[in-house]
Design a protein around this ligand. Sequence first.
Ligand code: IPE
Ligand code: IPE
Ligand code: MG
Length: 246
Amino acid sequence: MKLLDTINKDNLPKHLAIIMDGNGRWAKQKGLLRAFGHENGTKSVRVTVEACAKLGIENLTLYAFSTENWKRPKLEVDTLMKLLISSLKNELETLQKNNIRLNCIGTIDLLPAKAKTELLAVMEKTKNNSRMTLTLALSYGSREELLNAVKIISNKVKNNIISIDSLDESIINQHLYTHNLPDVDLVIRTSGEHRISNFLLWQIAYAEFYFTDVLWPDFKEDDLYEAIISYQKRERRFGKTSEQIK
Ligand code: IPE
Ligand code: IPE
Ligand code: MG
C-alpha cells in the first residue's frame, strides 16, 4: 500500500511549518558548491508545495531565509536572493494551477528591491486563490517579530487605542506577521538538527515536532507523508488527560 493511502484526510495539520535545512551539507557530500544545494532545494520546495495542496493542507509555511542568515558570506546571500527571484518567476504558474495564495512573513524591506517587487507581484496575482496559503518566511526572525509586536502594541496603549487591561493573547496574535494564520500544528525540520533557530516561537506553543535526517534537497513526497503519518499517530492533549480527549 502506498504511504499516501494511509493518511487520514480528516486529521491533517491545519498549519504545517517546515524548516528546510541541509542544502549546504547535501552539496558538500557531493563535492559541489553550496549554491547547488540551494538550487536543488528549490525542487523540493515545488514537490512539497504541490503535495501539500493536493493533500488538502490549508496552510504551509516555509522557512526560507532567517534574520541570522544575513550573516552568511555575501556570495551565498546573493545566490539565495537570485534563486528567490527566479523561483518566484518560475513558480507563479505552479501556484495558479494549484490555486495557491502566496503570503510572506519577515522584514521584506531588507530584501533586494528586485526580490521584493517580484514577491509582492506574485502575492498580488495569487491573492484570490483559496486552496492553500503558502507563506514564505523571508528575512524572518521570531524575536524580531515579537519585538515589532511589542512596539506597535505599546504605541497603541500610549495613545489610548488599547487599554492595558484589555491586552490578551488574541491582541498579541493580531500584531504578529502571522495574524491571518492559525497556530502551527506540525513543525518539520530536515537535516538532523534538533532546534528551532528563531522560527515562530509564539505560534508553535502547542505544535508537534518531526525531525528527519533527510537533507532538504532529498526531501520528497514520501518524506512529507511519513511526517504526517507520525503526526496522526500522536495524541494532542493540550494539557488535559487522555480520558478527557476521548
Ligand atoms: C538551508 O540549508 C537553507 C538556508 C538556511 C537558507 P543550509 O544552507 O542551512 O544547509 P546546511 O545546514 O549548511 O547544510
Ligand atoms: C534555519 O536554518 C533557517 C532556514 C532554514 C531558513 P539555519 O541553517 O540557518 O539554522 P542554524 O544556523 O543551523 O540554526
Ligand atoms: Mg543549515
